[in-house]
Ligand binder design. Structure first.
Ligand SMILES: [Zn+2]
Ligand SMILES: [Zn+2]
Length: 127
């Protein structure tokens, strides 16, 4: 229902208008999470996982080295103890390093320069 219609309704309604402070923000956050689905199983309400953690977490956020994953897959990736998680963590890191270096090469960097930039950013080679 539109706000104007609601306001009109409450002018004649015998009950007081409920307080709606902050309610709008909460709804928006909820909607965003509903649209955020797990990369692996498609579940909604996924969390955002930074592919390079620890001291590289903020760099991951700034460069969007991120994947959306459900709570279960997120915990499994962080535990890094199952065969799937170990292989997937490796794949994700290789993917984002390759993507980063290719983008630099497309801008005119040599492969060596692109690798140097990567090492300066993340400090470790995954390829
Ligand atoms: Zn995470
Ligand atoms: Zn999942």
């Amino acid at each position: 229902m539109k706000r104007e219609i609601l306001d009109e309704y409450y002018q004649t309604c015998p009950f007081p208008k409920p307080k709606t402070t902050k309610q709008k923000k909460k709804v928006n956050g909820w909607k965003n999470k509903l649209n955020r689905i797990c990369k692996y199983c498609g579940k909604p309400y996924a969390e955002r996982h930074e592919v390079f953690g620890g001291s590289n977490r903020q760099i991951s956020i700034d460069n969007e080295f991120q994947v959306d994953v459900c709570r279960n897959h997120h915990e499994e990736l962080h535990a890094n103890s199952t065969e799937w998680a170990i292989s997937e963590n490796k794949k994700l890191r290789q993917h984002y390093q390759l993507k980063y270096e290719i983008e630099l090469i497309e801008q005119g960097y040599t492969a060596e320069q692109a690798r140097r930039e990567w090492m300066r950013l993340i400090g470790r080679n995954y390829l």
